[in-house]
Ligand binder design. Sequence first.
Ligand code: NDP
Length: 247
Amino acid sequence: MEFNFKGQTAVVTGGTRGIGRGVSEALLKAGAKVVATYQSNDKAAKEFAESRKEYSKCLDLRSFDVTKYTQVEDFYRYIEETYGEFQILVHCSGIRIDSIVGMMQESDWRKVIDTNLTGTFNTCKFAVQNMMRKKYGRIIIITSPIGKFGFLGQSNYAASKAGQVAFMKSLSKEVASRKITVNCVSPGFIDTDFIGDLSKEQKQAYLDMVPLRRFGSPEDVANAVLFIASTEASYITGSSVEVTGGL
Ligand code: NDP
């Protein structure tokens, strides 16, 4: 399917690495202006921009912490001043800090919930305010099947990801009358830095669980995201699309 996002502006949080980078690249190729955000890894952001020089006029990189309400507010003020309106938010930023519950540091519980769940609220709140005015918008939150099934050592992550789905469902009902759709994309194992710390044996064990017998790529996820972000997907809202290789 050929997508055409000419004339549209997209905000992609976590948009300079991993899945977010794949989404940013796909949107740029399809003609959108992309504001790709990240927390602090300037090196990765620079490397992304260098590798995509052909899109330098359409790619804007901004860094802020999604857990910090006022930083998010400042970011959206910048978006309003620079672009006025924008049509698409793809919320990809996220972390995992694994530990079994009995051993989990309280700070690691809070950090994961703050980044993945509070970060989703902060980012979506200001996006919705902007999109309501134009009565159009596409919000896509990257969640995980772990939120549905749970996983040993990932209670904090699973709770945050389940929370994202519940948040998405409520928000989709609040903004439907303004023609804003809100959905989740739920990727399986995707080959990014996010799972870079797994041992060879762990990776093989996870691979054995995947019916399609390969890890997904950021492009696999981006293809689903672009469809949901397109005008053609106007009747899809409040839903979660799995991109898991059949997991
Ligand atoms: P990466 O680790 O490759 O990238 C994470 C991105 O999020 C980075 O750009 C990072 O910024 C940004 N980020 C992290 N914390 C913050 C913060 N506090 N404020 C702002 N930005 C932040 O991860 P993936 O691309 O693999 O994952 C993206 C999303 O997909 C996550 O929500 C994850 O839960 C989900 N997911 C991933 C799967 C996988 O197998 N990879 C499977 C299922 C879901 P910086 O570069 O500055 O560090």
